[in-house]
Each structure stands twice: as structure tokens, then as C-alpha cells.
Design a protein around this ligand. Structure first.
Ligand code: MSP
Length: 593
């Protein structure tokens, strides 16, 4: 049971605030100024990851959240000219009961725990190539200023009151739970303990006087926002889930705790006996990064995209937009939601001892290999299962054999002795399919390949837009297979450069395959930046020729000049991606266990 009784009202009355919100609705989501806002959105974008709890070391789920944001961000940089500004923030969530308790049980001061684990996240993200522009720690002074200012705005707008809060609190999830979301489970000592139905984490009964936010007033504004912007939460099933939640009444939300109980946090301005609820504190990080409360934040705020895991959807899709509306701001532009990684079918947890260490994975599979695996296999709509053999199988087949093999097949000295991008012969491969003639060598399947690769950038763009990065990679991988099929079909290794009949066709086959590789390398940059760089460098593609704006596939086929024709390939620098299965001793061990 969750009971709130109002003791004291602060600021203006709630009723006047409701009408204010209804009036201001269309200003935020109306279409009148859409054109201008879209332009602003193209010129700037602000991506965020959740900020990570520092109670334990990072695991692969955390890295996955950060990688999704990184790939979106890198993709945008590739798509737009350098004048478009992209900001990308990540960081650590360091306050709250969870951290206070973790520090106490480790016998260290909270600051010591925070410094240590925050540094681990920073190092991991550096190693994994997370291209963030900002890293925030909620224990920083700039953040305290932002949170206290945000609090005062809510207070001035009459959206906070003091009341008695009584209900269940889950310290692990840092959230209040209604009775219906609590169940009993056998604890370690054989007694029945109350736990959260959703997370299985222990809960405890709390009864205290807190500050309470008038969340209940925001149900309709939130519904209007979501109904007016069907892509606000992507993928769609999560958007739908939030609208379903909003079918029910929204209870007001307790936004502070007694300082005697929770001292590790930011004090309520003007009332040291209360500490600000850690989720309010944490969510404001997105504003702190862009300079809030200084006016500069306004040029970044409307273009914000949050990347989050499904477990924190309610906080980002209900509490946060309501708090923002309450403070007179618009909800975030997009909330991209992903599901979770399990390990051998089980939830990852310290108590089960099955937490996968991302650093070990980056060492074993290489940075690009592991980035590729997580993004190729991670499906936002569903949970995905992790096991080592799956990584090895995927990377060996898609990066080492298919992509690496393809590169090798068209650059190896014995097949391409001149070490150049050969000339494309329009007589051998005319633009019009189905023509007959002695010099025409292209077959129907070859036209299918050209059309598949020509439309690949658009497909990839759509998948990124829909936050289905794995589908973008699946589409690339399928084209890689098709290109290998093309080489297999025409067996350039059986053709002879010395023969005037073979030579133009041999050059054309290699030219087409190299063009396909150039497209694949360009499109893979957001996911496997070093591997893509190695591939493009081997093809002789310069740094200024790697953007999506310059990606004209097979221009000679379409009647335009090709800047690569006749150009020297880049130097040979070894295998694109060495196979993993024979070379790693640890794998033998993993097979045995
Ligand atoms: N501190 C809060 C977020 C505050 S944001 C204002 C938090 N931290 S967390 O460390 O628990 O989780 C951070 C992110 O990692 C979340 O997006 C969460 O969904 C994600 N993951 C945690 N475990 C995960 C998996 N097993 N798999 C994939 N992502 C996972 O929540």
C-alpha cells in the first residue's frame, strides 16, 4: 500500500499549474515551427547514455548501453558535414542509498568507492573507443548547482509539497514500489523476505515525511506528448508500453529522503534535514552536462536523444519528462530503449557469479571484434544471451572469413599484381541488364548484387533511425556474402591478365568487388572504427573520402567518373581480422567447462 497525506503545500496551487501545462502543450509539440526545429536538430545533436552506478565494476550490459550510443553518434558524424555539432555524454551515478550501503559494506568512504569505480568506467570506455565528448560524475560541484537550481524551479512553480510517504523502497533499484509490485521470497536464512516482483531485489518498508512532486498532474501532458510524437520512444513496443502505463492514475512521487537515513546525496535547498531523491539527482545530469542553469544549455536541450536500458524506462519516459514539463522545458527529442544481455540464459548478477567482464572480452576478441559482436547480436526489442562460443563463431565467420577473405581475394598480389584499383569496363558490365553480346560477361545475379549494394546505405540509414543497429549490420553482412558469391561465380583467379579477352572483365570483377568493399568499410565505421580504417586504408580511400556524403557506389556503372580507378591500393598490413578459433588457448578451456 502506498499512502501519501499532504501536510503542507509549498508555492503556487496545483490547479493553476494544470491549466498552465495544458496551454503550453502545443508550444512544445505543435507543428507550427517544425521546420525551424528540424534544421536546429540537424545542426546539433546531443546523445546521452545512462549514468552508471558505481556500486560494482562495469559489465558487458553497461558497455552495450554505451556502445549503442557511440554507434548512433559516430553514424551521425559520418552522415553530416563537420559543421554539424554532436555532443555525447556519459558518466557515473554516485549518490543514493545503494552507493551509501555498498561503501559501508566494503568498509570504505563513499568518495573512495566512487573515485575507484568511476575511474574503471572511464578506462573501460576509453579502451572500447567510446567517443564521448563529456563525462559527468554526480558528485561534482557543477552538478549540485544544477540539481538544486532545478529543485528550486519546481518549488517556485508549486510542484513540490511536503507529505507523509509510506510504502516499500528498493535500495538496489532506488525506487518506491506499490504493494502489487512486491512479493515474498525465501531469503538466505530460510525466512520469507519481501522483494521487488520485477527485479527480485529486497525491499524495505519506509514511512517518513518527504517532499513530494505532483507527478499526478502530468498524466495527460505525457499522453499528449507521446500521442503527438509516435517515435518519441523507439522501438515502438516501448512507446506502446509507456502509453499503457499512462492508462492508470499516476501517483505523486516522493523526491527526497530523510538525511538521517540517506546522507550520501545533495541536500534539499533550505532544508538540510532532507536529501534529494537519487533519481531526480541522476536525471538532471543530462542538463548539467550542457551547462544548465546557464542559458547555453537551451541550444542543446531540444535535440537530446537518451539511450537507455528497458529497466529504467519508467524513470526516463514518465518521471523525467514530467519533471522537465514541470520546470518549463520540453521532453527529450528521443528515448532509444534496448533490452538486456543474459549469460547462458540467466540474468547477470554478482550473487550468481556469472558477470562477464568487458575488459577480458576486449582483450580476447579485440576492441572492434567485441564491439561488432555486441552490436550485431544485440536486439533492442528482446534480451540476448551471451556465451563465448557464440562470439568466436560470429567473428570468425563474418569478420575473418567473409569480410577479411573478400578483401584478401581482391587485393592479394597473385590476383591483383599491379596493386591498383582496376578499371571498370562498361562493355563487359553495361548498365542495362539483359543485353546480349560477345563482350558482355555480367549475369543477372551481378545486377542483383549491384542493386543490393547501391541501396545498402539507405537501408542502413533507416535501421539507424529505428534504432535497429543489428539490422544495419545484418544487411551489410548479407551484402558481403553476396559479393563473395560474385567472386566465386566469376573466379577471377582463373582469369588471365595477359589475355585481351579476360583482362577487361578481370579488372571489372575486381573493381566491382573493391567498390562493394569501399561501401562496407564506410558503413562499418561507426561500429568497428579501427577495422574499417584498416580496410579503407588498404583500398587507398583517403580520410576525406570516407563520409556518407561522398559515398557514390560504382560511379562508372552509372556513367560518372570514378576517382579510384587506376589508383594505387594502400599498403598491405596483414589480415583484416585473424580467426579466433585456432589461436586462443582460453577457448579450449571455455569448451571444456
Ligand atoms: N544509475 C542508473 C541510471 C541513471 S540515468 C539518469 C542505472 N545505472 S545502472 O548502472 O544500473 O545501469 C546503467 C545502464 O546499464 C542501464 O541502461 C541498464 O539498462 C544497463 N544495463 C544494466 N544491466 C544490463 C544488462 N544485463 N544488459 C544490457 N544492459 C544492461 O540504472
Amino acid at each position: 500500500m502506498l499512502r501519501i497525506s499532504v501536510l503542507r503545500l509549498l508555492g503556487r496551487s496545483g490547479a493553476s499549474r494544470v491549466s498552465l501545462l495544458q496551454d503550453s502543450g502545443p508550444r512544445h509539440y505543435g507543428s507550427s515551427s517544425l521546420g525551424a526545429r528540424d534544421d536546429a536538430r540537424e545542426a546539433r545533436a546531443y546523445f546521452t547514455t545512462p549514468i552508471f552506478y558505481v556500486n560494482a565494476a562495469p559489465h558487458i550490459g553497461h558497455l552495450y548501453s554505451a556502445l549503442l550510443a557511440d554507434a548512433l553518434c559516430r553514424y551521425r558524424r559520418l552522415r553530416l558535414p563537420s559543421t554539424a555539432a554532436t555532443r555525447f555524454s556519459t558518466g557515473t551515478d554516485e549518490h543514493g542509498l545503494k552507493i551509501q550501503q555498498a561503501a559501508a559494506s566494503a568498509g570504505v568512504a563513499p568518495t573512495e568507492l566512487c573515485d575507484r569505480v568511476s575511474a574503471q568506467f572511464q578506462q573501460l570506455f576509453r579502451e572500447a573507443g567510446i567517443s564521448s565528448t563529456d563525462f559527468i560524475r554526480t558528485t561534482e560541484a557543477r552538478h549540485r548547482v544544477a540539481v538544486q537550481h532545478f529543485w528550486e524551479v519546481l518549488e517556485d512553480r508549486g510542484l513540490l509539497y511536503k507529505g507523509l510517504y509510506e510504502g516499500w523502497y528498493c535500495a538496489s533499484d532506488e525506487c518506491f514500489l506499490p504493494e502489487a509490485k512486491v512479493t515474498q521470497q525465501l531469503g538466505p536464512s530460510g525466512d520469507l523476505c519481501p522483494v521487488s516482483l520485477e527485479s527480485g531485489h529486497p525491499v524495505s518498508w519506509t514511512k517518513e515525511e518527504n517532499y513530494i512532486f505532483r507527478l499526478s498532474q502530468f498524466r495527460e501532458p505525457l499522453q499528449r506528448w507521446l500521442r503527438g510524437d509516435p517515435q518519441a520512444i523507439t522501438p515502438e513496443p516501448f512507446h506502446h508500453a509507456v502509453l499503457q502505463w499512462l492508462e492508470e492514475e499516476l501517483p505523486d512521487l516522493s523526491v527526497s529522503r530523510r538525511s538521517s537515513h540517506l546522507h550520501w546525496g545533495i541536500p534539499v535547498p533550505g532544508d538540510d534535514s532532507q536529501t534529494i531523491y537519487v533519481w531526480l539527482d541522476a536525471l538532471v545530469n543530462y542538463l548539467t552536462v550542457i551547462g544548465y542553469p546557464n542559458a547555453e544549455f537551451e541550444s542543446w536541450w531540444p535535440v537530446t536523444s537518451h539511450i537507455i536500458g528497458k529497466d529504467i524506462l519508467k524513470f526516463h519516459a514518465i518521471y523525467w519528462p514530467a519533471l522537465l514539463l514541470g520546470a518549463g522545458m520540453s521532453p527529450p527529442h528521443r528515448i532509444y530503449v534496448h533490452s538486456h544481455w543474459t549469460v547462458c540464459g540467466q540474468k547477470m548478477s554478482k550473487s550468481l557469479g556469472n558477470v562477464v567482464d568487458p575488459k577480458t572480452c576486449l582483450d580476447r576478441y579485440t576492441v572492434d571484434g567485441f564491439r561488432y559482436f555486441l552490436l550485431r547480436q544485440g536486439v533492442p526489442n528482446w534480451d540476448c544471451d551471451y556465451y563465448d562460443e557464440k562470439v568466436v563463431r560470429l567473428l570468425d565467420s563474418e569478420l575473418a572469413d567473409a569480410l577479411g577473405g573478400l578483401l584478401n581475394r581482391c587485393t592479394a598480389n597473385r590476383i591483383n599484381p599491379s596493386g591498383t584499383y582496376p578499371v571498370f569496363c562498361t562493355t563487359c558490365f553495361p548498365r542495362e541488364p539483359g543485353l546480349m553480346g560477345p563482350s558482355i560477361r555480367a549475369q543477372t545475379e551481378d545486377y542483383d548484387l549491384v542493386s543490393a549494394v547501391a541501396t545498402l546505405p539507405k537501408q542502413v540509414a533507416d535501421h539507424y533511425d529505428n534504432f535497429q543497429i543489428y539490422k544495419a549490420l545484418e544487411a551489410v553482412s548479407s551484402c558481403v556474402r553476396q559479393t563473395n558469391g560474385f567472386l566465386q561465380r566469376h573466379a577471377p583467379w582463373k582469369l588471365n591478365w595477359e589475355s585481351p579477352v579476360d583482362a577487361p572483365w578481370l579488372g571489372t570483377v575486381l573493381h566491382v568487388a573493391l567498390e562493394c568493399l569501399r561501401v562496407f568499410g564506410t558503413l562499418l565505421q561507426p561500429v568497428t572504427p579501427s577495422l574499417a580504417d584498416k580496410l579503407l586504408s588498404r583500398l587507398g580511400v583517403s580520410a576525406t573520402e570516407r563520409g556518407l556524403g561522398q559515398l557514390y557506389f560504382l560511379p562508372r556503372f552509372y556513367g560518372r567518373p570514378c576517382p579510384f580507378e587506376g589508383r594505387r591500393l594502400g599498403p598491405e598490413t596483414g589480415l583484416l581480422f585473424p580467426r579466433l578459433d585456432q589461436s586462443r588457448a582460453w577457448l579450449v578451456k571455455a569448451h571444456r567447462t
